[in-house]
Design a protein around this ligand. Structure first.
Ligand code: SAM
Ligand code: SF4
Length: 330
């Protein structure tokens, strides 16, 4: 079993399969993108599967593919097939902007992907273009339909809520998700990377979002039986009348670090204990220097031991990572 120094069991690995993305979301990346790693620095599928296999032998149960945008990595279904063959891995999920799901949903499902979380910040075409700095509105809508059609469910939608940008759309987004049998989760905007330095306070907290939703929905806290798993970072709510499900990822106003069960593998092969911690263990070096499974297991243990009790995103002098979200795999 993989445990950290604060008695948390690590059972969930978020795997960034690429640092590339076809969007340039304002909250995630600078307009002209980030400096990309040479392709030779990215882990191969064989390397990712090997690390995940050792992780599974230590007790990993769940893998989530992320990025950058995971679907821009060529032959992604091949990786999913390799991961789904690993004994002990019970769930493979993916976080995506959905723009390439129209063609990839079925091959990914066939390869063993269970479900997707789709980033959806707005239902308005122009606004979507302004946020992503790219025009993929129709592709995203078709991608959402494809995910539902092939059964990459239960589906969750995630929106990063930014003051003055999309904070007037919360009820519409809840209705959109509910109409598709999905939960709508609102992420408190985190001032990371480039966004950290722009000086505006764009974060809308959970309590403010609830205030805005309450006139429209009869919300109560979801019970554990309603799919609000203990390690789910989203604080779950449900509308009594309609059954619509709403979650809040409250990284800014309320830490959920006590129940954190996750670790990250970056596209360049660094095992990182936490999204917000500027620390990691170079597992690519271990792999390419001919390390065996014991060496990879040692890298997992070392990364787990580095895990802080809680992040420091709201500290007066922030100590968290200054890297862009896209390069760590949000
Ligand atoms: N490209 C995929 C996508 O957008 O779903 C996966 C990678 S993206 C980095 C993962 C998640 O991080 C997305 O849900 C995105 O909305 C979120 N994210 C990125 N920057 C953020 C920020 N500054 N604050 C809060 N969430 C952020
Ligand atoms: Fe790309 Fe996702 Fe970042 Fe948007 S949030 S720029 S889609 S990685």
């Amino acid at each position: 079993m993989l445990t950290d120094n604060h008695n948390r069991i690590i059972s969930y690995l978020r795997v960034s399969v690429t640092d590339r993305c076809n969007f340039r979301c304002v909250y995630c990346m600078p307009a002209d993108g980030i400096e990309l790693s040479p392709k030779s620095h990215l882990l191969t599928f064989e390397e990712i599967a090997r690390v995940a296999g050792v992780g599974a032998s230590l007790g990993l149960l769940k893998i989530r593919l992320t990025g950058g945008e995971p679907t821009v990595r060529r032959d992604l279904p091949q990786l999913v097939r390799m991961l789904s063959a690993i004994p002990g891995i019970r769930e493979i999920a993916m976080t995506t902007n959905a723009s390439r799901l129209q063609e990839l949903a079925q091959p990914l499902k066939d390869a063993g992907l269970h479900r997707v979380n789709i980033s959806l910040d707005t239902l308005r075409r122009e606004r979507a273009r302004d946020i992503a700095r790219r025009d993929f509105f129709d592709a995203v809508q078709h991608g959402i339909e494809a995910a539902i059609r092939v059964g990459l469910t239960p589906l969750k939608f995630n929106a990063v809520v930014m003051r003055g940008v999309n904070d007037d759309e919360l009820p519409d987004l809840v209705r959109f998700a509910h109409g598709r049998g999905a939960a709508m989760r609102f992420i408190e905007y985190m001032p990371m990377g480039a966004a950290r330095f722009d000086g505006r306070n764009q974060t809308v907290t959970q309590s403010e979002m609830l205030e805005r939703l309450r006139p429209h929905f009869d919300l109560e806290r979801a019970t554990s039986g309603s799919g609000n798993a203990e390690n789910d970072p989203a604080r779950g709510w449900v509308c009594r009348r309609s059954g619509a499900r709403v979650g809040f990822i409250t990284s800014m106003s309320e830490h959920f670090c006590d129940t954190c069960n996750r670790m990250r593998l970056t596209a360049e092969g660094e095992l990182r204990p936490c999204l917000h911690q500027n620390a990691g263990v170079d597992v690519r070096g271990v792999l390419r220097d001919g390390g065996d499974d014991c060496d990879i297991a040692a890298a997992f243990r070392q990364a787990a031991s580095l895990k802080w009790a809680g992040h420091r995103l709201t500290d007066v002098i922030p100590l968290f990572s200054v890297r862009e979200m896209v390069s760590i795999g949000g």
